[in-house]
Structure formats: structure tokens, C-alpha cells
Design a protein around this ligand. Structure first.
Ligand code: GLP
Length: 254
């Protein structure tokens, strides 16, 4: 591939757990500086080690997290309330309850509400200070599939077959994965003051290459990362495999 300077330099860690530890330490530092921080949270395999690391670090440091407001990126449409794979339940299980926090501190898009009301809720909280982001193997961010306009607000979306297949592992087969979701739009996500983008594993290597080294294009929603002014990108070697050596920063402790 063409070697050119990247707009954003990723940090490549030896393992997902090391990267997750660095992200968790930065989150604790954020909350120590701003106890009522607004943190945007993702769901999926990528962020699970971050939440495990944060729970452990919170225990060690005794950081006070009770003032933090948490905003999820997206939610499935059509799952019954309390369904274990609804993103509200996933975040309650992986993050909010282990941290001993009130469920009311977690905001998740309401599939039955006007999607625009979620953007208003975020604005009313003062905007998102830091947004955790995974990347879909087709380059999606949250559930913003290829082709989504960069200025989109929170909206309802039909999931692609690729995304439904990727998420089938959380359900009893692909046919049980909902066909629709409500997602923060790319415009919503872009307004977060800082991004923490994470990618682990070989299945993300092409999306990582396209996002960081390809053209900024709606065909790869994650390429928006190249335009954001305050981005930290952390990955493992497998996810970085299609970036040339010149593109990857030396792993650095955070
Ligand atoms: C999911 C989520 C995204 C997530 C991405 C990657 O469908 N909606 O927010 O970042 O796809 O998921 P994973 O981390 O499981 O690979």
C-alpha cells in the first residue's frame, strides 16, 4: 500500500488487555479531574476488557464514579425489555452494576422514542467528554453503516447482513439478531470532545487500514477519525497488520 503520514497515529499494544488497561487509566484520570464527566460507552467484544480493567482500577484507586453520566452509542429495536443482549442490559451487567453505580446514570437510546430526543439529552448533559468506540469489520461506527452521512443525528437504522452475522455470536443464531437499531449518528459521535477508538483482532485489520490510511469517505464511517481533533487509537498487532510499519507508533505506556 501507499505509505503516507497518517492523520492519526495508532498505538499498537502487545495485547487487548494492555490496551484496555491504558484506556481505563485515562478514564480514571478524566473522572479524577472532572467527577461529573460525560462518558460515551460502546458495546461489543472490543470494549469488554476496558470495562473489566475499569472495574478493577476503580476498586484499587477508590475513584468516585458516582457523578459520571454514561451515554450508550446505540440500542437494538424490538428486543423485549430486559433482554440480556439489549445494550442497556449489557452495559448494566458489564459496567454499571460492577461499579456499584445507579442504573439512572446510564442513558441508552429508547427505541420507542423520537431518535432526536437522544441528541437533546446529550446536549443537555453538556455534550460527551470522551467517547469509547469500537469499529465494525465493515468500518461502521456504532450502527452507522457504510453510506451514512457524516452529519447524521441519532437515527433508526436497518442493520446490514454483515453486521447481523458479526453479532450473531451474542444471540441464538443470525435470525435472532434484530434487523433494526437506533444509533447515535456520525454527527452526534463527532461532537464528542475526545475519541478513544479501539480495534483488536485480525477481523478488524481491513477496517483499520481503510479508516486510518484510506480516503475519508462515507463508505468507511470510521474514516471520520481522520477529521476528529482529539483522538486516541489503540489496537493490537493483529488489527494493525494491514498498516505498514511506518504507520504504527511504537507501543507506549499511557
Ligand atoms: C457493534 C456495535 C458497535 C461496535 C462494533 C464492533 O455492532 N454496534 O458499537 O463497536 O459493532 O463490535 P465488536 O467490538 O464486538 O467487534
Amino acid at each position: 500500500m501507499n505509505v503516507r503520514a497518517l492523520a492519526v497515529s495508532p498505538t499498537v499494544f502487545d495485547s487487548a488487555n494492555e490496551a484496555a488497561g491504558a484506556v481505563a487509566r485515562r478514564l480514571v484520570a478524566l473522572v479524577q479531574a472532572r467527577p461529573d464527566a460525560v462518558i460515551g460507552v460502546a458495546t461489543g467484544s472490543t470494549v469488554e476488557p476496558v470495562y473489566r480493567a475499569l472495574v478493577e482500577l476503580a476498586r484499587q484507586t477508590q475513584v468516585v464514579l458516582g457523578g459520571v453520566r454514561w451515554f450508550a452509542l446505540d440500542e437494538y429495536v424490538g428486543l423485549p425489555p430486559g433482554h440480556p443482549q439489549s445494550y442497556r442490559e449489557v452495559l448494566l451487567r458489564q459496567l454499571i452494576r460492577p461499579l456499584g453505580l445507579a442504573p439512572t446514570s446510564l442513558h441508552v437510546p429508547d427505541p420507542d422514542a423520537d431518535p432526536g430526543s437522544y441528541d437533546e439529552l446529550i446536549d443537555a448533559a453538556g455534550g460527551i467528554d470522551r467517547q469509547l468506540l469500537g469499529i465494525g469489520r465493515n468500518g461502521h461506527l456504532a450502527f452507522n453503516e457504510p453510506g451514512t452521512p457524516f452529519d447524521s443525528p441519532t437515527h433508526r437504522v436497518a442493520l446490514t447482513d454483515d453486521t447481523r452475522a458479526a453479532n450473531a455470536r451474542f444471540f441464538e443464531g443470525e435470525e435472532s439478531v434484530p434487523g433494526f437499531a437506533v444509533t447515535q449518528g456520525l454527527g452526534t459521535i463527532f461532537r464528542a470532545r475526545e475519541w478513544e477508538l479501539l480495534a483488536f483482532g485480525a477481523s478488524k485489520a481491513a477496517a483499520v487500514r481503510d479508516a486510518l490510511a484510506g480516503p475519508v469517505s462515507a463508505q468507511c464511517p470510521a474514516s471520520l477519525v481522520q477529521r476528529h481533533p482529539a483522538v486516541t487509537v489503540s489496537m493490537d498487532a493483529a488489527a494493525a497488520a494491514l498498516l505498514s510499519a511506518e504507520h504504527a507508533a511504537v507501543g507506549r505506556p499511557a
